[in-house]
Design a protein around this ligand. Structure first.
Ligand SMILES: Cc1cc2nc3c(=O)[nH]c(=O)nc-3n(C[C@H](O)[C@H](O)[C@H](O)COP(=O)(O)O)c2cc1C
Ligand SMILES: CCCCC(=O)C(=O)O
Length: 399
């Protein structure tokens, strides 16, 4: 039998990336916080949910189109924000953006991108949306400038990352003493207007704060950010919808609604922040219930297969985001590799839809998934029924 060398699943891409990436960049990409319990559980938890398929339906035409924040997109699969794509490939976020554009969906660009946000979004088209991820820098005026630039450039939403009051402790990054190589720049920290002031001059960073200090201010987290200081402030400087990334509880979902946010991303930052939380897929149903359809709920964390996307949609996610799979694809083969990661997931999603008798994203509701507890209850109900039946037979035989 002949075997193909090209990747046939995300696990293959992960394996290839582990061979081609620089060890310290690889460990930065793959690391989780502390014991990595949450990072691992994000993946393992999907297995507890089982698909409840329907058969003998005409599944010749499958559509993954959906709407997000009221706008049509080709698929509910998107790219989660990740710092420094140039660690994976010299074309960095440009390559990712080109891959995303051929695919549809949503690309969330990290504040810490290595290509300026204007150049990244220039690769897009009407099948997709770009959202801009924000960290509140120690100098809030710089975050404000990034917000204004994003709005001008056509980003459709702002994604405020709320699970990093301080950086999680990623042991492998400490062991490898990870620091980004000097040829990589965090382009969004450079003022695009500064270059036009003097002919041929390189742009300088905002407020002349050195790039490394700005990066350090992100890496240090911003422990003073609160509901009351950040959300009203953001709303006062932008008309874009605000989405909170890093929500894991019903309580914070209700607060997000009351503060006028447009959506939440159920996420534990890929297990890179607080270790020991619920896996994202386990937290999702609580958040969906608390959202009461008042705001959109998305999720990321541990999505490695089309069936994972299907399960998340069935549990109420409006869209699902992936981070590491795209980074591994990028490391493997730049734009083509990132596209391959998205294609693998998209094709597996379509396959799952066909095999489970669902033709549209709207059809995928909670009747298509068995939650762990439900599964347990159902099997014990079955056991009970058998036991009762036997009892009746027994009783009858004794009549
Ligand atoms: C290398 C790397 C860099 C990341 N950078 C950011 C970032 O800049 N901003 C952010 O909000 N989340 C960041 N994240 C978290 C992801 O957006 C996402 O929540 C998480 O990785 C999803 O899990 P997955 O990697 O299992 O798909 C990063 C994750 C990784 C792996
Ligand atoms: C300083 C770290 C910011 C990027 C990030 O969010 C991550 O690596 O998880």
């Amino acid at each position: 039998m002949e075997f193909t060398n090209s990747p046939v699943c995300i696990k293959d891409l992960e394996h290839i990336a582990s061979k081609v990436m620089h060890p310290s960049a690889l460990s930065y990409y793959n690391s989780g916080a502390d014991d990595e319990q949450t990072k691992l559980d994000n993946i393992a938890a999907f297995d507890k949910y089982r698909i409840h398929p329907r058969i003998l339906r005409n599944v010749t035409a499958i559509s993954t189109e959906t709407t997000i924040l009221g706008q049509q997109i080709a698929t509910p699969l998107g790219i989660a924000p990740c710092a420094m794509h140039m660690l994976a490939h010299p074309a960095g976020e440009l390559a990712t953006s080109r891959a995303a554009a051929q695919h549809g969906g949503v690309m969330i660009l990290s504040t810490l991108s290595t290509i300026a946000l204007e150049r990244v979004i220039a690769e897009g088209n009407s099948d997709m949306q770009y959202w801009m991820q924000l960290y509140v820098l120690s100098d809030w005026s710089i975050t404000e400038k990034i917000v204004q630039r994003s709005e001008r450039a056509g980003f459709k939403a702002l994604v405020l990352t709320v699970d990093m009051p301080i950086l999680g402790r990623r042991r492998d990054d400490i062991r490898t003493r990870f620091i980004p190589p000097p040829h990589i720049h965090l382009e969004n920290f450079f003022d695009p207007e500064s270059a036009s002031n003097s002919e041929g001059a390189a742009p300088s960073t905002y407020n002349d704060v050195p790039e490394l200090l700005l990066a350090a201010s992100v890496a240090g987290g911003n422990p003073a950010v609160t509901w009351d200081n950040v959300i009203p402030w953001l709303k006062s400087i932008t008309k874009l919808p605000i989405i909170l990334k890093g929500i894991l509880t019903a309580e914070d979902t209700k607060l997000a609604i009351s503060y006028g946010c447009a959506g939440v991303i159920v996420s534990n930052h890929g297990g890179r922040q607080l270790d020991g939380t619920l896996a994202s897929i386990d937290a999702l149903p609580h958040v969906v219930e608390a959202a009461e359809d008042k705001i959109e709920v998305y999720m990321d964390g541990g999505v490695r297969k089309g069936s994972d996307i299907f399960k998340a949609l069935a549990l109420g996610a409006r869209a699902v985001f992936v981070a590491r799979p795209v980074l591994w694809g990028l490391a493997y083969d730049g734009e083509a590799g990132a596209k391959q990661a998205l294609d693998l997931l998209q094709n597996e999603l379509k396959l799952t839809m066909m095999l489970s008798g669902t033709r549209t994203i709207q059809e995928i509701d909670d009747s298509y998934v068995l939650e762990p507890v439900t599964q347990w209850i159902q099997s014990s109900v079955r056991r009970q029924k058998r036991a009762n039946h036997n009892d009746i037979e027994e009783l009858k035989s004794k009549l």
